[in-house]
Every structure is written in structure tokens, then in C-alpha cells.
Write a protein that binds this ligand. Structure first.
Ligand SMILES: [Zn+2]
Ligand SMILES: [Zn+2]
Length: 364
């Protein structure tokens, strides 16, 4: 099967549109015609080689599309099914068996190398071109995934809405609904109002949190946070005054604090804002952070982290779609669509904070 893919061959790009030949699906694989795929920070981090992965590679890890062909052992998914692609997993390690595939033993080789677990690429016509990023490489018109990272979804949901569910939205919502599980009326602080932070704020509203504070530096994203769940928005550009404002909102500390920024100077300041015996959840992949231990110990505070939706995407993605249908998780309003050919413009808009969630649409 021929696929038109956006290939990164040098650090920082550009994305080069090239036609390549995909293998036929293996026994456990699924060939998907991609209709939409979101751009996530991780795609940009690999393009720029902040997250090193050998080039050339076809990125994209939030594909949504229609199944074209399935391998001989695939039973639960059939041609014509609408699907969302997410992170791949091995299916047989202890974490996979316990329903926590985001923590699969093989998470790294199956997702961050751009290759299958056996080291092959899924691209036939160019040795060395990595075509299995997050088990999909969905910056392309067709992608080969596995039965484990392909989630069947209702056929009546717009593909541009589905094309953001594979990674960041699950991560933000899962942090609240599956990992922290806050009590109704409790307080939460979310730092960063990109797609992960906004999804966390929406989820905090669903969970019934009483105080949902969001701190962010981009004015447009602050406005969005207020629209989508925050009870209080705090402008990070204020410097010290921002922390005073947060302390006033929760004099005894917040019941949960989520950081999506990975910024060391900010995270250090967040520690005293966590209430005693409560949790600071760090969600910025690739960040290296040092924490002051004394205030952590003095308050018995916990530092935690979390990946994707925390539970099986095959369970969580349909739950999120149901919340969207009920009107409590309005993710359609987060999306700005770009034609596939405008991938550079879409990445730029994401980097500048001009849009919350850029989604590439393949067939417009
Ligand atoms: Zn596993
Ligand atoms: Zn991602």
C-alpha cells in the first residue's frame, strides 16, 4: 500500500512529503487510512531532536481513521471500522495484564524508537526510514498499527475530534479521572494550559472539584482555561504576584497540583503549594527536575507521575467520547484543523501557543 507521508530527515525539519510503500499487515496488525491526526509536543520534540530518535522518521501518534485491512489473527477490529490510534503495548507483561498498558514493559521500544518491537520498520521501500513511531507513524495517509493500539470508536464522531484522543487529551483527563481521582469539592492547581492542562481542567470540573486554578503565560490559553473548566485563572507573567494569588486561593495548599510545563524554576515553587499529604503530579515528558526534599518530607507530600490515560486506552477513549457526547467534555472546541499540507504552519501555531490543539486533516 502506498502512503503519502511527512518525513523528517534532518533535526528541526522540514517535513518532506514523500510517497512510500507500507508492508502488508502482519497477523496482529491493522492497516488504517488516516483521516486526521493531532500534533503533540512529543512530535515537535523528536523533530527538533530534544527527544533523540534516529532520523529519518515518520512522526505522528494521534491518528484517527478507517480500517482498510486486518491481519489474520485480528478479530475485534474489521475493515470499515472507525478507529483511534494510541500508544502501542506488548499485551503480555504484568502491566498489560493488569489493564495498565501505558506502563507496559516495552513502552519505549514499541513507541519511541520508530520501529516494531523486533526492530523492523513497516516501510518496505527505504531501509532505515522509521515508520512505526508510537506503533503508527500517522503523519501519513495510511498507517500500520497493531490490534493493541487501535481502539474502535463510534462512526458518527468527526475525525478531527477523534484525531486528538491518542495521547495528550487522554494524559490530561486520565491524570485527574484515573490517577488522582479528587474528592468532590477539593482544590486542584494545573500549571500550563496546553491540551494536556485544558483536558485536566475539564476533567476536574467533571470530578466536581471546588477550586480549579490554572496558571499559564499565554493570554489566549488563559482565556481558554477559563472557558473550559478553571474556576480561577492566574497569569504566570505576573511573576511573584502569581504565587501570592495562588497561596490566597488555597491557604493550606491545594489538594492536588499538576505540572504540564516541566519548567524547573516553576516546579520548585509549586512544592509549598501542595497541601500536606497531597500530591504533585509531573506530566512533562523529557523534563529533568530536581526537587527540594525538606518541604516534601515536612508535609509528607508525594511526587507522582503518570502516562497516557493510566488505564487501557480501549476502555478510556470510549469513556471520553461518551463524556464528549454528554456535553461535559467539549473537546471539539479545542481543535484547530489544518490541511495535511500545512503541517509546518500547524506546528508553528502550536509552538507559539496560538492554538490549543492543531489537528491535521488528510482529505480536505
Ligand atoms: Zn506490556
Ligand atoms: Zn503525545
Amino acid at each position: 500500500m502506498k502512503t503519502l507521508a511527512a518525513v523528517v530527515r534532518s533535526p528541526g525539519g522540514p517535513f518532506l512529503f514523500e510517497e512510500h510503500e507500507l508492508e502488508d499487515p502482519r497477523a496482529d496488525e491493522v492497516l488504517v487510512r488516516i483521516h486526521a491526526t493531532g500534533i503533540c509536543h512529543t512530535d515537535i520534540a523528536v523533530r527538533d531532536q530534544h527527544l533523540p530518535l534516529p532520523l529519518p522518521v515518520i512522526l505522528g501518534h494521534e491518528g484517527a481513521g478507517v480500517v482498510v485491512k486486518v491481519g489474520s489473527e485480528v478479530q475485534q477490529i474489521a475493515p470499515g471500522d472507525h478507529v483511534v490510534l494510541t500508544a502501542d503495548s506488548c499485551g503480555h507483561c504484568p502491566m498489560c495484564h493488569s489493564g495498565h498498558e501505558p506502563y507496559c514493559d516495552q513502552l519505549r521500544p514499541l513507541n519511541i524508537t520508530g520501529l516494531r518491537g523486533d526492530g523492523t520498520s513497516r516501510i518496505i521501500d527505504e531501509a532505515g526510514l522509521r515508520g512505526s513511531f508510537f506503533g503508527q507513524s500517522s503523519f501519513a495517509t495510511y498507517a500500520l498499527a497493531t490490534v493493541r493500539n487501535t481502539v474502535k470508536v463510534p462512526a458518527d464522531i468527526d475525525m478531527s475530534i477523534l484525531g486528538q484522543l491518542g495521547c495528550g487529551i487522554q494524559t490530561g483527563a486520565g491524570a485527574v479521572l484515573k490517577r488522582l481521582m479528587p474528592d468532590p469539592g477539593s482544590s486542584i492547581l494545573i500549571c500550563g494550559a496546553g491540551p494536556v492542562g485544558i483536558a485536566a481542567a475539564m476533567a476536574a470540573r467533571i470530578a466536581g472539584c471546588g477550586t480549579i486554578a490554572v496558571m499559564e503565560k499565554h493570554p489566549a490559553r488563559l482565556l481558554a482555561a477559563g472557558k473550559f473548566g478553571a474556576t480561577h485563572v492566574v497569569d504566570a507573567q505576573q511573576g511573584e504576584a502569581a504565587f501570592d494569588e495562588l497561596s490566597a486561593l488555597a491557604p493550606n495548599g491545594f489538594d492536588a497540583v499538576i505540572d504540564t510545563t516541566g519548567v524547573q524554576a516553576l516546579i520548585t515553587r509549586l512544592v509549598p503549594l501542595v497541601a500536606p499529604l497531597k500530591t504533585l503530579l509531573l506530566l512533562a515528558p523529557g523534563a529533568t527536575v530536581t526537587l527540594p526534599l525538606s518541604p516534601m518530607m515536612a508535609g509528607g507530600r508525594t511526587v507522582s507521575s503518570h502516562s497516557c490515560g493510566h488505564i487501557s486506552s480501549s476502555v478510556f477513549i470510549p469513556e471520553l467520547i461518551e463524556l464528549y457526547r454528554q456535553g461535559t467534555f467539549p473537546i471539539d472546541q479545542l481543535v484547530t484543523t489544518f490541511p495535511f499540507s500545512a503541517i509546518e504552519e500547524a506546528c508553528r501555531a502550536a509552538e507559539l501557543g496560538e492554538v490549543i490543539k492543531p489537528v491535521l486533516v488528510m482529505d480536505c
